[in-house]
Design a protein around this ligand. Structure first.
Ligand code: AMP
Ligand code: GLY
Length: 425
């Protein structure tokens, strides 16, 4: 089977790594991929958002299965386009991907389906948004409706910050038309967890829980990033909360979407806020999380090709996932300056020594090959991922590998997984 993986991040390297282990995969392409995918797949120079070029390529190469990593092509309707051309692609349709593509769509769907979420208002008029903020008070959260590369959410601690956020999004148009509509939402306190599931339109097959670390610096300080590290499982999601997330969040979303004639096929990623044993949903994503994908797939023992095909064919009820019971931790190494501006093209050293450690996989994100050198090529550069019998063992092993890898300006958090240690089960 010929497989095309769309994207170039750590998530896509992890997907290629896992798909390459399937006896059913004969050839894998990554578009555009990175230096890590280059070792397992053939990289093709097509951007993840160039749906026309991806479709031409898939037709020409007779690709049997296309796996879409990032949200942008899904929201552009890549899966519908492939389907119309008689090609199989894994992910939600354009209409179903609105769960991530429009915060307003997502909030309204949660309300219709009775899924617990923060109270909110939505506005196309900045003055009306500001009046609502003044009435509600701070802290409060201001969100651009559309996709904004993970940057469209401003958690405002003061009323002044929230009013500025409205101007930034609606007047200065920081995120372009993504900010024509905004959602202003009640601030939720608690601990976040990521709950991902394979969905086929009716059946929900949950993956083990995971937790991301969004702020840039230790102790959850500093600006938000795409994610500085993750681990799985996340002990904050107890057995009871896991069952509750399935019964009150995931299944109602899938049932509701199906009932409205907009069935959801793909990964449904629930961003949960957990407080005093209760769950509220912050958002849904329509894809694997990055970096959550890395620690999750490393624990997944089942064949990923079988699962993705079953999802496309509406046969997930025939699938049972098998997991490596060990804990995994993924530490993201980023370019100096990230999430602000950062240099590119710096040589990375120590990759081979790190990868030679037992139970360690170094997933690449923003990297590129130049001859036999690996150079930095993005904000998040590597996801150093390890397995351990306990979370603390996985943490020490991941950092042992991280310390072998060097480049000028490299930065990473030194406390990935610490929250799990406090709750180790
Ligand atoms: P989102 O893209 O909606 O997940 O938002 C990105 C991040 O902003 C989340 O992972 C949270 O850390 C934070 N966030 C979003 N909504 C809220 C909220 N209602 N209360 C507190 N924090 C939030
Ligand atoms: N790690 C958060 C996300 O993928 O959206």
């Amino acid at each position: 089977m010929k497989i095309l993986v769309v994207g170039s991040g750590g998530r896509e390297h992890a997907l290629v790594w896992k798909l390459a282990q399937s006896p059913r995969a004969t050839k894998i392409f990554a578009a555009p991929g990175n230096a890590g995918t280059a070792g397992l797949a053939e990289n093709v120079e097509i951007s993840a958002e160039d749906v026309d070029a991806l479709l031409d390529f898939a037709k020409r190469e007779n690709i049997d299965l296309t796996v879409v990593g990032p949200e942008a092509p899904l929201v552009l309707g890549i899966v519908d386009r492939f389907k119309e051309a008689g090609l199989r692609a894994f992910g939600p349709s354009k209409e179903a991907a609105q769960l991530e593509g429009s915060k307003s769509f997502c909030k309204a769907a949660m309300v219709r389906f009775g899924v617990p979420t923060a109270a909110y208002g939505e506005f196309t008029d900045p003055e009306a948004a500001k009046a609502y903020i003044k009435e509600q008070g701070a802290p409060i959260v201001v969100k651009a409706d559309g996709l904004a590369a993970g940057k469209g959410v401003i958690v405002a601690q003061t009323e002044a910050e929230a009013l500025e956020a409205v101007d930034l999004i609606m007047q200065e148009r920081e995120f372009g038309e993504a900010g024509d509509l905004i959602v202003v939402e009640e601030f939720l306190d608690g601990e976040e967890a990521s709950f991902l599931a394979f969905c086929d339109g009716k059946t929900v097959v949950p993956m083990d829980s995971s937790q991301d670390h969004k702020p840039a610096y230790d102790g959850d300080k500093g600006p938000n990033t795409g994610g500085m590290g993750a681990y799985s499982p996340a002990p904050v999601v107890t057995r009871e909360l896991f069952d509750e997330a399935m019964a009150k969040v995931m299944q109602p979303m899938i049932d509701g979407m199906a009932k409205e004639g907009n069935p959801y096929v793909g990964i449904l990623y629930g961003g949960l806020m957990i407080k005093d044993g209760a769950i509220k949903v912050l958002e849904f994503n329509c894809r694997f999380g990055d970096p959550e994908c890395q620690p999750i797939v490393i624990r997944l023992k089942s064949d990923l090709v079988d699962i993705l095909e079953a999802a496309i064919d509406g046969k997930l009820d025939e699938i049972t996932l098998e997991w490596d019971e060990r804990a995994t931790v993924c530490v993201v190494m980023a370019s100096g300056g990230y999430p602000g501006s950062y240099p590119k093209g710096i040589e990375i050293k120590g990759l081979k020594d790190a990868a030679a450690l037992k139970d360690v996989v170094v997933f690449h994100a923003g990297t590129k090959l130049e001859g036999d050198k690996v150079l930095t090529n993005g904000g998040r550069v590597l996801g150093v991922t390890s397995l351990g019998d306990t979370v603390s063992e996985a943490i020490s092993r991941a950092y042992e590998a991280v310390e072998l890898i060097t480049w000028e300006g490299a930065q990473y958090r030194t406390d990935i997984g610490k929250k799990a240690l406090q709750r180790e089960r």
